[in-house]
Write a protein that binds this ligand. Structure first.
Ligand SMILES: [Zn+2]
Length: 186
């Protein structure tokens, strides 16, 4: 149990199991399905703040992290999400097994990147709407117009996410400017 509490304290993530099922059969045999609860903005004591921009995968935009596979000789890292091979930029040239950047230390599964005029913000602002759609048609109409108004007020370059849950859970993400453009064309 301590292991679960430690992980939650470190990353704000609580999972039903501490290992993933290795096969579809094992997953099917799990009485409690594999799931995770993530607490965004959870205060993490002594979180490391790096004074430079995050290094991103060029395909899926995931960030270099301790679960990435690194080829120190070729100066390449493999994204653990999409398996894309990414070259390290020039300022990581001195990287080696004995000289790791902080974001590859196993204990730093959660870190923060400082925004500054030099490096710019790591990501544009993100707004995530979580909506229970179990309601009558009329209320849904009101909700839709309220949401449209709220999105209209967000900064132009924001990233907007929508998670709805009714019979099914649906997840959608877009840049706010794209939502605005689509809305105007109607
Ligand atoms: Zn990737």
């Amino acid at each position: 149990m301590t292991e679960f509490i430690d992980l939650e304290t470190q990353d704000g993530v609580r999972m039903t199991w501490n290992v993933f099922p290795g096969t579809k059969q094992e997953a099917a045999n799990c009485v409690i399905p594999v799931s995770a609860i993530y607490t965004p903005l959870k205060p993490i004591p002594n979180v490391l703040v790096l004074p430079y921009a995050a290094l991103r995968c060029r395909i899926c935009r995931a960030i270099l992290n301790p679960f990435s596979i690194v080829d120190y000789a070729a100066k390449i890292w493999i994204c653990p999400f999409c398996f894309q091979r990414n070259h390290f930029p020039q300022h990581y040239a001195s990287i080696s097994e004995d000289n790791l950047p902080a974001e590859l230390f196993p204990q730093y599964t959660t870190i923060e990147y400082e925004s500054s005029p030099d490096v710019g913000p790591s990501v544009p602002p993100v707004f995530l709407f979580v909506i229970d759609t179990c309601m009558v048609e009329e209320e849904l109409g009101h909700l839709k117009s309220s949401l449209a108004q709220a999105i209209e007020l967000l900064p132009e370059k924001s990233l907007v996410g929508l998670i709805t849950f009714g019979n099914y859970v649906q997840v959608l993400g877009r840049c706010r400017s794209l939502i605005y453009l689509r809305d105007r064309r109607r």
